[in-house]
Write a protein that binds this ligand. Structure first.
Ligand code: CP
Length: 315
């Protein structure tokens, strides 16, 4: 059987992305289904998570699957020295799909090469976070009515922020203009700027974050400075509060602008923004449930037609 793993967004065509968004839309209309009855979903989290793990597990439960897994590798035999390869081979004996977050870049791809059980990448180091990207795309599409020709500000830790790396790759199909706002120390890595050049993606770079830099944005995508990626904590202390979005900064922004953040936030969005109708990060996290239902179905070979027909059967 073809391995339908979901380890990166870069290999997905425009049609496939729009197809998955349509599937997420169907799940938002009707969330509780039995499409995965009898299936086992394993969630292997070698790094901490709140949203990604809980939304995948909720997605699995609402689709009728059962969930096994761990949230702390210290309680597994990897703490006794078992290799990632052996762990994946073992879990493949028990589960129909493996959702995996790992601190090593490329870990999910590696796992997908050693088993026929579909692997879903729930974040690999500072590299990629493709399921977050699908929910980001769904959120952008819902709030803007389109994914085409948008002005997108990415602000904060663009060096280690795996969500922004995946988002750039996915948006290549939709003629975006990106504005990368980061301090020199956390600027967008060269490989992603090169990716933009190769795919004719327009971008500008800035170090200042103020009213002017967000005035023409359709999407302001804030990111956290990630303490866990720094080897020098003094460097983190210098960077941690570098940009803070405050409510008054939104006064002269476009009416359609929406503020996204993959969460968790630390200080980069002031709490006074939460009640502004332009804040969308909590709804964005909710959209994760529908996007992850679509991903679980897709990797298990359930089609959009199956999802639509299942809903017809219910009505
Ligand atoms: N956005 C995100 O990946 O959140 P968690 O780390 O809580 O899963």
């Amino acid at each position: 059987m073809e391995n339908r793993s979901f380890v990166t967004i870069s290999g997905h065509s425009k049609e496939n992305i729009l197809y998955l968004i349509e599937m997420a839309k169907q799940f938002e209309k009707c969330t509780n289904r039995n499409l995965l009855q009898g299936k086992i979903v394993a969630t292997l989290f070698f790094e901490p998570s709140t949203r990604t793990r809980l939304s995948f597990e909720t997605a699995a439960n609402r689709l009728g699957a059962r969930v096994i897994g761990f949230t702390d590798p210290k309680v597994t035999s990897s703490s006794k020295g078992e290799s990632l390869k052996d762990t994946i081979m073992m879990v493949s004996n028990y589960a129909d799909v493996i959702v995996m977050r790992h601190y090593l870049e490329g870990a999910a791809k590696y796992a997908s090469e050693i088993t026929n059980t579909p692997i879903v990448n729930a974040g690999d180091g500072a590299h990629q976070h493709p399921s977050q990207t699908l929910l980001d795309l769904y959120s952008i599409w819902k709030t803007q009515g389109t994914l085409e020709n948008l002005n997108i500000v990415l602000a904060g830790d663009l060096k280690y922020g795996r969500t922004v790396h995946s988002l750039i790759m996915a948006m290549r199909h939709f003629n975006p203009t990106f504005h990368f706002i980061a301090p020199k120390e956390l600027e967008m890595p060269e490989e992603y700027k090169l990716y933009c050049h190769e795919h004719h993606i327009k971008y500008t770079e800035h170090t200042e974050f103020n009213e002017k830099s967000i005035a023409d944005a359709d999407i302001i995508y804030m990111t956290r400075v990630q303490r866990e990626r720094f080897t020098d904590l003094m460097e983190y202390e210098k960077m941690k509060n570098i940009y803070i979005l405050r409510n008054e900064m939104l006064n002269c922004t476009r009416p359609n602008v929406r503020i996204l953040h993959p969460l968790p936030r630390v200080n980069e969005i002031n709490y006074d923004v939460d009640d502004n109708p332009k804040a969308y990060y909590f709804q964005q996290a909710q959209n994760g449930l529908y996007a992850r239902q679509a991903i679980l179905c897709d990797v298990l070979g359930i089609t959009l037609n199956d999802v639509i027909n299942d809903m017809k059967d219910k009505s």
